[in-house]
Design a protein around this ligand. Structure first.
Ligand SMILES: Cc1cc2nc3c(=O)[nH]c(=O)nc-3n(C[C@H](O)[C@H](O)[C@H](O)COP(=O)(O)O)c2cc1C
Length: 325
């Protein structure tokens, strides 16, 4: 399938694996890219620029297809060495960067200077337009359904995507709630040029996370996520567990006076415990409502092939049958 996104990134299928903390390692990114999508290494999961450089090398050993690196500018406990990470990206010959969390304007000149294409993740039309205005090549539009940080506007993709299509000139992918061929066709119908998936790619054979994480996603329904940290204006959609119940209890008890320190136990440093050790109640971890549509753990190639075949069938059979005249 050819879209503006496949053309922009030189990929076969318009499917991107979004950056995911402690999930987006070389194994997953390479598997997605080898399957014809765009795999993305999560930059900040690597504690130093040197480690990111090594992860980029490990990915390159596993694929000769294009892959990207995610750079997230969210509030973090430690302040990351962004110039160092960008150096690792440039020197590693990576040509695609997914930015997220905050306006990437400051970093665009150096990325552009090295011929790097930038796709910025946005949760609103106004931020998407800003990304376009500052020179991003594409945007990933994240609806309210998404795992991770949906922003504070709470606009689901059935509204957000056609609104983005009305306003944007640069290509965009639909992100949040995407799982299968139906999602892809719907995203295209709403004006997107492809789709980005997070949660769906965690439940794949190559995702280098503990089996408990994959099984938790398969077992979860669309009712099992919760929004945390809203009072801090850092809303995150996570899978409900004992730590999340405790976090929400604190939010109710402390109200608008709550501070990050009050919930640090439930949110700081929990990803390695969950993703590597499979300690499923260790803290709050991002997960999308799309868990309700995930029922198996295929390889990335099986998943992407299935999505493309299903999309093709829907377009040729179901939709063509509805054409008027
Ligand atoms: C476990 C997990 C960790 C994530 N970590 C990041 C991250 O570090 N940076 C980022 O930009 N997005 C992150 N995301 C968001 C994803 O890249 C993607 O935008 C989102 O998962 C899309 O929604 P979906 O889960 O419904 O597919 C994360 C998502 C999940 C599920």
């Amino acid at each position: 399938m050819k879209t503006r996104i496949t053309e922009l990134f030189g990929i076969r299928h318009p499917i991107i694996q979004g950056g995911m903390h402690y999930v987006g390692f070389a194994e997953l990114a390479a598997a997605v890219s080898n399957a014809g999508g765009l795999g993305i290494i999560t930059g900040l999961t690597q504690k130093t620029p040197e480690l990111l450089a090594n992860e980029i090398r490990r990915c390159r050993e596993r694929t000769d297809r294009p892959f990207g690196v995610n750079l997230t500018f969210l509030p973090t406990v430690a302040s990351p060495d962004y110039p160092g990470y960008i150096r690792a990206i440039v020197e590693g010959g990576v040509k695609i960067v997914e930015t997220a969390g905050n306006n990437p304007q400051k970093w665009l000149p150096v990325l552009k200077e090295h011929g790097i294409k930038v796709i910025h993740k946005c949760t609103s039309v106004r931020h998407s337009l800003k990304a376009e205005a500052i020179g991003c090549d594409a945007v990933s539009v994240d609806g309210f359904e998404c795992g991770g940080h949906p922003g504070e506007d709470d606009v689901p993709n059935f509204i957000l995507l056609p609104r983005a299509a009305e306003e944007l000139k640069i290509p965009f992918v639909a992100s949040g709630g995407m799982a299968d061929g139906r999602s892809l066709v719907a995203a295209l119908a709403l004006g997107a040029d492809g789709m980005n998936m997070g949660t769906r790619f965690i439940a794949t054979k190559e995702a280098p996370v503990h089996e408990h994480v994959k099984q938790a996603i398969v077992a979860a329904s669309e009712l099992d996520t919760r929004l945390v940290m809203r009072p801090l204006r850092n809303t995150e959609r996570v899978l409900r567990n004992a730590a999340v119940d405790e976090l929400l209890r604190k939010e109710r008890e402390l109200g608008s006076g709550i501070k990050f320190e009050d919930i640090i136990e439930q949110v700081a440093g929990v990803y390695p415990k969950i993703m590597k050790e499979g300690a499923m109640d260790a803290g709050a971890w991002s997960c999308g409502m799309v868990a309700g549509l995930i029922r198996d753990v295929p390889s990335c190639a099986e998943l992407i092939d299935r999505i493309m075949a299903e999309a093709d069938t829907i377009i040729r059979q179901r939709l063509a049958g509805f054409a008027v005249g």
